[in-house]
Write a protein that binds this ligand. Sequence first.
Ligand code: GAL
Length: 411
Amino acid sequence: MKKALLLAAALAVTTSASAAGKLEIFSWWSGDEGPALEALVKLYKAKYPTVAVDNATVSGGAGTNAKAVLKTRMLGGTPPDSFQAHAGQELIGTWVVAGRMEDLSSLFKSEGWNKAFPKDLLKLISTNGKPWSVPVNVHRSNVMWYNPAKLKAWGVTAPKTWPEFLKTCTTLKAKGVAAPLVVGENWTQQHLWESVMIGTLGAANWENLWAGKLKFTDPRVVAGFTTFGKVMDCANKDASGLSWQQASDRIIDGTSAFNVMGDWAAGYFATTKKLAPNTGFGWAPAPGTTKTFVMLADSFGLPKGTKNRTEAINWLKLMGSKAGQDAFNPLKGSIAARTDSDLSKYNTYGKSAAADWKSNKIVGSLVHGAVAPESFMSAFGAVIDQYVSSRNSAGAAAAAQQLAVRAGIGK
Ligand code: GAL
């Protein structure tokens, strides 16, 4: 009897210990995109074994679906404990200006993050010196991926400029490659547009565009749209039905020669597909963007009114730590946001990205939240859709300019 009572008491302790905390983290890293986040969750569970972690994901590349769900939760007063958002205007221009996020200054101070993260990144995640999110990585958006064996067989190399790309496209079409370039659903086309525009305008003018110093109606931007149209003429016709992973698959199976995608593709090739960098998959800066690193950073913030604030803060601490970043990023295809990461843990692609991050001109990505607020980004997809079907460069440029004015870009 005594024994049974003791057992019951022990069970009660275990039950209350296992319910001693909860944490809901919200992101779009599910399925193929999941392994890096899962590695981080595993570290968290090892450190806080009594906390029940709800790894809530809403799948869909670039967060197109997750951001919509997040909006209803934030506005409905049921925020997740911590959520994924891109560093920069995506979070600041939306949830920070709406007063929905906690200022993380004291956390940055206690964790020494004001020294651990690069100055420019701190600037990107802050307003008036107050940081609003913890960056877990740095991704590069302007990368052109290919299959080295296939390029060799076709007798072509990765083009260095967009005019050179168009010539390579003609060569490949003559060799029977119907779609030398593969693109996927709408956001991946915006992603391509970004690389074409930066490769055409140059990094400095890209910055001018988001500082409101260069109008979308400027002839150079209009010309960028026209080049984008020519590039899209090299692409597959079934784009809208393809996820970024399905588009990446077409590089590996040799249906298409090139894909412009962020370096989460390196994570997909290496972690999910078990391909080796340089042999299984190859890469080059997107045409016209050599020595430019178009960056974005995934970061997590702390919404006001979360149910599990302490657990969320512990999650943020882990994300910002050296151990957390070096567990997450080698699997994700990104590099650590911290400056002290252990590069021996990264593959050849990761090492090359880390070297470029140090030496290249850094500019921010539009599609992945660094340079424009959500109000611009969410409407820009329609401009691209319309452009792709009409090929009206001046019309698309005028529409984009209207959006920029409405979103207060450059103000
Ligand atoms: C980006 C995000 C990456 C990756 C990608 C594809 O916006 O920053 O981490 O998830 O979308 O979904």
